[in-house]
Every structure is written in C-alpha cells, then in structure tokens.
Design a protein around this ligand. Structure first.
Ligand SMILES: [Zn+2]
Length: 475
C-alpha cells in the first residue's frame, strides 16, 4: 500500500522517474540508473568511505551488470565527515565533467546534497542510493550547501532515480533515524501554517501536495517507541513518508508542503553555522524538531486567542514603514550577510500600511472557523516533545547547547528570515508577537516550565562522539 502511494506520487513528480523502496534492493541501482539516466552512459559512484563500504561494491556491480561504464569512484573520507560545502560540490562537478559521466551517489544528506547541486550545475540527471532515514530531502529539489560561511538552500533538480534499501538504511546509527523523525514532525505545525495562509488568501493549499505529506503522516509518526526499537514496519512507514515529503516539494516546486515556521528555527541556526563545526555536526533534523516544539507552543497559546480584541486602527497606527521594518529585521541579526538575506525575505511579505487594516479584519474573520482544524492538525508542544523523546530525538534546546535566551530570539528571527507566511506573521500583524513569545518564557509558560531533561547535557556530548559506522550527518 505504501509503495502504491509512492508510485502515485511519482506520476506528478517533475524530476524523479523511479523510486525503489524495499529490503535488499541495492541490486536495483543498475536498472534504475539505466532506465532513468541511460544505460549506454558512464557513471561515477560518489560516496564516503563508510557508505562506499556499505553499498559501493554492490551498487557498482549492479551498474556494470546493466551495461553502465564505471569511471573511478569519488570516495570522500569519513573522518572527519564530509562537509556540505561548495568546495566539495566543485569536486563532484569536476569529476563528472572530466569523465562525461552521470553520478550515482550513495549516502545521506551531505552526499545527496553535494551530488544534487553538482549534477544540477551540469544539467545531468543522477541516481541516489539512500543510506539513512535522517532527513526528507532525498526526493526534494534543492540542496543545502555552505558557501562563504553561509548555509543556504540552492535550487537544483531532484534525482532521476532513488534506491532506498531498508536493510542498509537500518544500519545507520539510531540518532540519524531520530533526526529524520524530527524533520518530519514539523509537518504538523508546518501544515497548520499552510492552513492559516490558505484561509487568509495568501497561499492556497495544493490538495495533491498536501495529501502526499499529510495523508500518511500519522502512520509514520505514531509509533516512535517502535521506531527507536527497530520495528521494520514503523521504519518502512517513516522511509515512505520521507520520500513522499520530498516528492510533494518537487511537485509543488516549493518547500511549502514540508516546511513551516518550525523549519525557520533550523534555517536561522544553519545560516549562523551553529554546530556545523562540531566533530559530528549538529543535524538538520535535531534543529527542526526543536523548531517544531517551539511553534507547537505558539499554537497552544493562540488557537483560542481572541483576535477580536485587537483594534485594527491601533495596529495601522503603529505599523512600521518599510524602512522601520528593515531596521527591525537587521537588529535581529549579528551577521550582516544574514541580515541582508533576511531583509530581502521580509520585504517579500511586507504588508503596506494601506492593506494592514483589511489583513487584521481577515484574521479576525477567519480565526474562529480555523480553531477546530488547527487543534486537530498540531499536537501540543508537550506531546511533540514526548514524541521526539520517545524516538530518541533531541527534545530540549539545552541538549544541543541552545540557551532559552537564544531560543527566544530565534522566534523573532524565524518571523523574518523567510517570505513564507506563518503563524508568526499572524501574531506580528496583530501586534501580539512579543506578548505571545514573552508568555512562553514567563512563569507558567511552556519554556519556563520545561525542565532540562535528565542527562540533557550528556545528549549534547552524544552529538559529538567519535564517528560511528554509516555516519554522515549534516542534514
Ligand atoms: Zn527539513
């Protein structure tokens, strides 16, 4: 059944023609490559030492068996783990260019992103073989790459083919699986953000993309304990959701189906480079999971809020000019290049003073009718935290060295660094952003009452251990 969902999703994908998910399916790599990239061609296998050891020989044999010529593989060292930096994209691209080959990459987030961007720059299709359920970007277009110290997502096509061998992926450290779970849990508050934007006439829900992500989400997320304990069915459901989420982003040509305000917490910390220089870099999923709790706490606070008490005229009166808004956005960032990027994004959703009154009235009009749907969509912050904990994922900022002060500032940054409309924009537009964020950190508020988990700081050290097998973690 789950594989039928993936097949249906492939019908509307623009880049990806074939996905094979199953046990013991590495030998499908050659067939997938021949079918989606071309059997008469040449392939370069791109991997790191760990992923090469796991799957390299089997994938190479399968490619050869389907008539694909093999150039020398490009195998990055595993210690320290390969970095998703632009210099490594250049290495992949130059190897592909000099050999005239298409890539068959083997790895998780970093190898996937390096190969995706390198292949995209040469406009060559490629095939990816997944080695961990650590994030949902395999089938998405776009790669998160650091250049000149900043990690940003660059647009580039998704792979033409994907092989997800469940046996291979299950050998990844449990932490990587927890990271994938945490990347997916943000689909709950992220979906709520889309519901809100849709209701306000800002960004309509695309039912097909919505159903791809939200349809099987509960199935993938409802058994975190089983997942952490190695249950194969729970694991397959998670991998299927990872693929569907990427395909939805591909079909919608935007990350809206898979990313709301909670993802912005991760983007902010990623742009700052927070944790990227750790021996085992802080993962995308760990940051996203914290963002999901953070935004779930906002929904807890505002679903029942009475926006009718807001005076639209007072909001208009105090509305920032574009210049004031730019100054506000800049004041939230310490690094000028991030400030520039945030200003550009905030300009993209700035509401002119003349339209503010109508916008506030629209929020007042639609909100009561949204409450039931939002309550159903978003697990509470406490429940989100419990699910993450049960999956073995990071569930308190102290576990990764993020102070409550830093977290609090990130709420404001998260409102400004993407043009995408979210619940944080509802609060900004109604003048309630500060009071709601403050309330979460004051006595009785979610973060004020949230105890640092027992051994929380041990979890931090667990993020910086010696490199394990099948390790490759940046995203
Ligand atoms: Zn993500």
């Amino acid at each position: 059944m789950s594989s039928q969902r993936v097949l249906r999703a492939l019908a509307s994908a623009t880049d990806t023609k074939r996905i094979v998910i199953g046990r013991d399916v590495l030998q499908a790599a050659g067939e997938v490559f021949a079918e989606t990239v071309g059997g008469a061609g040449t392939a370069v296998v791109v991997a790191d030492e760990t992923t090469w050891r796991l799957a390299g020989p089997a994938v190479a044999a399968s490619l050869r068996a389907h008539g694909v010529d093999l150039a020398d593989p490009l195998v990055f060292p595993s210690r320290p783990p390969v970095y998703a930096g632009y210099e490594n994209v250049s290495r992949v691209r130059e190897r592909l260019r000099s050999t005239g080959a298409a890539a068959c990459s083997i790895g998780s987030g970093t190898i996937s992103d390096l190969t995706k961007l390198a292949s995209g720059e040469l406009a060559r299709p490629y095939v990816h073989v997944c080695t961990a359920a650590s994030m949902d970007g395999y089938a998405a277009f776009g790669a998160a790459i650091t250049k000149d110290g900043f990690k940003i997502t660059r647009t580039c096509p998704a792979p033409a083919g994907i092989v997800a061998d469940l046996d291979v992926m299950a050998t990844a450290p449990g932490r990587m699986l927890a990271n994938g779970y945490a990347d997916l849990i943000e689909k709950y508050p992220g979906g709520a953000d889309w519901i809100v934007a849709d209701a306000l006439g800002i960004e309509a829900i695309d039912p097909e993309a919505w159903n791809l992500v939200q349809g099987p989400l509960d199935e993938a997320m409802s058994r975190p304990q089983a997942l952490a304990a190695g249950d194969p069915d729970a694991f397959e459901a998670l991998v299927v959701e990872i693929m569907l989420s990427g395909l939805a982003i591909q079909a919608h040509q935007s990350s809206r189906p898979g990313s709301g305000a909670g993802h912005n917490f991760s983007h902010q910390w990623e742009m700052e480079g927070y944790g990227l220089d750790w021996p085992l870099p802080l993962s995308h999923g760990a940051k996203v999971g914290l963002g999901a709790i953070a935004i779930a706490a906002v929904y807890d606070a505002v679903i029942d809020a009475d926006f009718s008490a807001v005076d639209p005229d007072a909001v208009v009166e105090g509305w920032p000019t574009p210049e004031q808004n730019e100054a506000r956005v800049r004041a939230l960032q310490d690094i000028p290049a991030i400030a520039d990027a945030a200003v550009a994004q905030s300009d993209g959703k700035y509401i002119p003073r003349g339209q503010v009154r109508e916008h506030v009235l629209a929020i007042q009009r639609v909100w009561p009718g949204l409450r039931a749907r939002l309550r159903e969509q978003v697990p509470t912050a406490a429940r989100t935290r419990d699910m993450l904990r049960a999956a073995g994922a990071v569930h308190h900022p102290a576990q990764v060295g993020i102070s409550l002060d830093k977290l609090r500032r990130t709420y404001y940054q998260a409102q400004t660094i993407r043009s995408r409309y979210t619940v944080l924009d509802v609060l900004f537009a109604t003048g309630l952003l500060h009071s709601v964020v403050d309330s979460l950190f004051e006595p009785g508020g979610f973060w004020a009452e949230e105890a640092v988990p027992d051994g929380g700081h041990r979890t931090l050290s667990a993020h910086r251990p010696t490199i394990e097998r099948n390790e490759e973690v940046t995203r």
